[in-house]
Design a binder for this molecule. Structure first.
Ligand code: CMP
Length: 138
């Protein structure tokens, strides 16, 4: 069993499709063991995406992630980090496989509907960034 951090991004809350995305997550076998809807501050977005701070897209990314509510989630399942990345599809929806979240729902590389941790170690840190132990119910 492994856990990963998921964020349903502002393009998903704006279009009221978080339930449709959750249906795909659950159909894939992952369990949503924690979930809350929040509005990120600019400081929180900058801190969360600090690994990208030298990238050209960093400022726009932080602006986008604070442009509306997001739904942050902890997902649990076998090999959850890799499994969820497969369920999301490629970062750029133009390259995402048929049936994936990003192929079906994403609007663009930036407004790509979902974030998922890229390693088990990052998942642990990203989960701690948003959730206390008491909020996670397996
Ligand atoms: P995410 O998994 O949330 O991690 C960083 C995000 O930056 C990524 O998804 C994309 O939505 C966004 N992004 C914007 N431009 C780029 C780019 N050129 N390369 C990678 N990610 C990008």
């Amino acid at each position: 069993m492994e856990r990963t951090l998921s964020i349903l991004k502002p393009d998903a809350t704006r279009r009221n499709i978080t339930g449709a995305i959750n249906a795909k997550i659950e159909a894939s076998g992952l369990r949503i063991i924690a979930q809350k809807r929040i509005r990120l501050s600019v400081e929180e977005a900058q801190q969360f995406y600090a690994v990208h701070k030298e990238r050209a897209f960093y400022d726009d990314l932080c602006k986008f992630m604070t442009s509306g509510p997001v739904v942050v989630q902890v997902l649990e399942g076998n090999n959850a980090v890799e499994h969820y990345r497969t369920v999301m599809g490629a970062t750029n929806p133009a390259n995402a496989d048929e049936g994936t979240i990003r192929r079906e729902f994403a609007e663009s590389l930036e407004a790509n509907s979902a974030h998922g941790s890229d390693s088990s170690e990052n998942a642990e840190n990203e989960i701690k960034f948003f959730f206390s132990d008491i909020e996670i119910v397996a």
